[in-house]
Design a protein around this ligand. Structure first.
Ligand code: SAM
Ligand code: SF4
Ligand code: SF4
Length: 380
């Protein structure tokens, strides 16, 4: 009671307040960064809290009961998020992904989805709106999310075996409840549905084949299982290369049981290499963030829970959009939507981030690991 909450994230992650150009040129939708990459995908973290403690993301020893999450007043409101999203859409964003933390923990998140679903691209198209969840609340919420305008969902699921799953989420959460959530999402029409499995060598790699079989047999081709290489995000998961199982090995293991054929990318900037089962049983994806970096096509921006814009998952510094949303011009007037959009242009145009490529070439800046943003704060 009466405890002062210090938002560690505020202190830990440096931010710069964006400059608003004197003349606010209208967005063209053709923005490119310094490496020629367009802006297409905005990932929005709606909470830094989570009911799981996956060791690769929010290890219990760090995110314990003394950890101070952001106070509600620091979070962007739904109206603020929608305003920022509108500015991004004017610049060419066509895809929004809600994430966190666990996004389904944010109260009334359906209301935010409904607001985002009403946005249109400059040529009048609806946006591709999706959400990444640990699935724990999905059975309860799937129909309401669909009714609010959500089209698809990605569920994180690291094991089929209950004991391994409980160990990985580290809060003893049963796998049956996540599987029930996936079933509910499919019944609600949230498809195609993706399942993301982070593979850690020696922890859950023996689950690759059982999970692939289960998805084929119980869910069918409208569920795409994707295997993600364990990444060195954040500064608290104790990452080491020995625990990364390269996608090439995941593929080799899958091929011991299934005939697989390569598929072309469905969209530019797609993170997964796609493979189809030769018998028509659907497809799988391999996300090789560590061994085959895909920075060259990275068209993703990330908005943190408290309104900082990050240009890379491995960035150290964000751009404080909340300062613009809540602040005022020198004459006391609030910044207009046009000014907000105008401030975004130079930020993206100046982007040259390509951390995974540099790490792959052994050129990652030294001492960078300690200052990296945590995944639960910025979203996946
Ligand atoms: N709580 C939600 C969930 O787990 O789906 C959304 C947020 S979570 C940070 C987003 C994604 O990041 C999840 O699929 C999770 O598995 C992935 N992730 C977290 N830490 C990771 C790491 N160290 N390496 C690879 N993926 C990671
Ligand atoms: Fe929570 Fe998702 Fe991180 Fe696991 S990966 S701790 S479910 S935010
Ligand atoms: Fe994009 Fe950064 Fe990941 Fe490269 S390391 S793909 S630039 S988020």
């Amino acid at each position: 009671m009466g405890e002062t909450i210090v938002a560690l994230a505020d202190l830990r992650y440096a931010a710069v307040v964006p400059q608003v150009p004197a003349l606010a040129p209208a967005p063209t939708g053709l923005l490119a960064d310094r490496l020629g990459r367009p802006l297409r995908d905005l990932r929005i973290s709606v909470t830094d809290k989570c009911n799981f403690r996956c060791s690769y993301c929010m290890p219990k020893e760090v995110f314990d009961r003394n950890y101070k999450f952001l106070p509600h007043s620091s979070l962007l409101s739904f109206e603020e998020i929608t305003r920022v999203a509108r500015a991004f859409v004017a610049h060419g964003v066509v895809k929004l992904r809600l994430t966190g933390g666990e996004p389904l923990l944010r109260k009334d998140v359906e209301r935010l989805i409904a607001q985002l679903a009403a946005l249109r691209t400059p040529d009048g198209q609806a946006l591709d709106i999706t959400l990444t969840t640990n699935g724990s609340l999905l059975e309860r919420k799937a129909a309401a999310l669909r009714d609010a305008g959500l089209k698809r969902v990605t569920v994180s699921l690291d094991a089929l075996d209950d004991a391994i799953f409980r160990r990985m989420n580290d809060v003893d959460f049963p796998v049956a409840d996540v599987l029930a959530g996936i079933g509910a999402a499919l019944r609600a029409g949230l498809a195609p549905l993706k399942i993301n499995m982070v593979v850690k060598r020696g922890t859950n790699d023996e689950q690759i084949l059982p999970l692939a079989r289960h998805v084929r047999e119980h869910f069918g081709p409208e569920v795409v299982l994707r295997f993600i290489e364990y990444m060195d995000v954040g500064a608290s998961n104790g990452w080491c290369m020995d625990e990364v199982l390269p996608s090439s090995e995941v593929l080799a293991r899958l091929r011991t049981a299934f005939a697989l054929e390569p598929l072309a990318a469905a969209a530019a900037g797609e993170t997964a290499q796609r493979w189809r089962y030769a018998d028509g049983g659907g497809e799988v994806g391999l996300i090789s963030s560590v061994t085959q970096a895909f920075c060259r096509d990275c068209n993703r921006a990330r908005l943190s829970t408290e309104g900082k814009l990050f240009l890379c998952l491995f960035a150290h510094q964000g751009h404080d959009l909340r300062a613009l949303l809540r602040g005022a011009q020198p004459d006391g007037q609030p910044w207009s939507d046009a000014q907000l959009a105008a401030a975004l242009g130079p930020i993206w145009a100046g982007r040259d981030d390509r951390y995974s490529e540099l790490r792959g070439a052994q050129q990652a800046p030294s001492g960078s690991a300690e200052r990296r943003i945590e995944m639960h704060y910025i979203g996946g």
